[in-house]
Design a protein. Structure first.
Length: 352
């Protein structure tokens, strides 16, 4: 059984611990700032790393260097050390500087967090940054993450941080700007375009704070990406302000964001949207299945039967009410959910 030593038991460390147990791996954890539950708790670094195949350092990026220094004397050459930071250039520099060739190490960034794990989002992706000092380490990290059900992408630390500066950092930057400008997410109505952003706003709000700071301040490319965005926004704002109020649709038209498939016939466009929605429905079904299997495992641990007719009845009644609210035929929707429940029970039986 793979024994993992988790250095740091914050929000990510704890979520990773749950995933490890679900994947049949055992772990122990140490964190002077967080409560570690009894079966996993150890009280010192030597006790933590003794016997571990893998040492996962899940601490805020600015603390990584000093934590690695504290770990170094207790590590053995057959172990593998990984970080899980949201940026990669600086952590990989710290790993190279502190551990060098003494112990195999590799920089990794799991692109999922406690929220996406709780919501059973799929796929779980991980970026791994192979390094020439330990050419075999990336393969070992890959096998570990694949056991957790993750998909792997290999990148250099620089490429990773460049991409993250324009995606992760800018998304969080915009979301934080909207929070500070007073955007509320619990509004009585909102366009679909806002819903995706509302999720990010929620993530930024629920974050301990160090994630936001790390993805902005520890990424060497983030400052430039933010400046470009601000400049582009200023220009758009200026152009909008300068447009005369009576400007024609054509005059204002050059500001419109071009449609990906301009001028497509109505049927083709409707079908493209239907395909996209069906794909999303399928992804939601996959996540629902995962959550139902999780519920089944929880009930098995409590010694309760998996089948719960009372829950199913109340669930169906609630879906009927939701259907009515949305102007859908309640009987048809109930029928659909009866089939989803049959499917769910079959996958629970298979998943156990
Ligand atoms: O909620 C639970 O207890 C589940 O196991 C999930 C679920 C479902 O798919 O919604 C599946 C089977 C139970 O009979 C009730 C509900």
């Amino acid at each position: 059984m793979t024994q993992v030593a988790l250095v740091g038991y914050g929000r990510f460390g704890r979520a990773l611990g749950t995933l490890l147990v679900e994947s049949g791996m055992s772990y122990r954890a140490l964190d002077p700032f967080s409560e570690v539950p009894e079966p996993y708790r150890v009280t010192s670094l030597p006790e933590l790393v003794a016997g571990a195949e893998l040492v996962v350092v899940a601490v805020p990026v600015p603390r990584l260097h000093s934590v690695l220094e504290a770990l170094r004397p207790h590590l053995r050459p057959e172990q593998l050390v990984m970080d899980v930071g949201s940026v990669k250039v600086k952590p990989v520099e710290a790993l190279a500087e502190v551990l060098g060739t003494k112990v195999p190490w590799v920089g990794t960034h799991p692109l999922f967090g406690p929220l996406s794990l709780a919501m059973a989002e799929r796929p779980l992706r991980v970026v791994i940054c192979p390094n020439p000092q330990h050419p075999e380490a990336a393969g070992r990290a890959r096998r570990f993450y694949e056991r957790l059900g993750c998909e792997i992408v290999e990148q250099t630390p620089e490429n990773h941080d460049r991409v993250m500066a324009h995606t992760h950092a800018l998304t969080f930057f915009v979301a934080k700007g909207m929070i500070d400008a007073g955007t509320g997410i619990n509004v009585p109505f909102a366009p679909a375009s806002f819903k995706a952003l509302a999720r990010t706003i929620e993530v930024v709000r629920s974050d301990a704070g160090h994630l936001f700071a790390a993805i902005q301040r520890e990424n060497p490319f983030a400052s430039e990406a933010r400046s470009h965005l601000l400049k582009a926004l200023e220009e758009i704002h200026g152009e909008l302000e300068r447009l005369p109020p009576e400007s024609s649709a054509q005059e204002a038209g050059h500001m419109a964001i071009p449609a990906p498939q301009a001028g497509s016939p109505e049927l083709t466009e409707a079908r493209a949207h239907i395909d996209q929605l069906d794909r999303e429905l399928m992804e939601l079904l996959a996540r629902r299945t995962e959550l139902a299997q999780r519920a089944a495992r929880a009930k098995a641990r409590e010694g309760r039967p998996v089948l719960d007719p009372a829950r199913e009845e109340s669930l169906l009644a609630e879906r009927r009410a939701w259907a009515a609210e949305l102007g859908l035929e309640a009987e048809a929707v109930e029928e659909l959910f009866r089939s989803i429940l049959r499917f769910s029970r079959r996958s629970q039986a298979k998943g156990n």
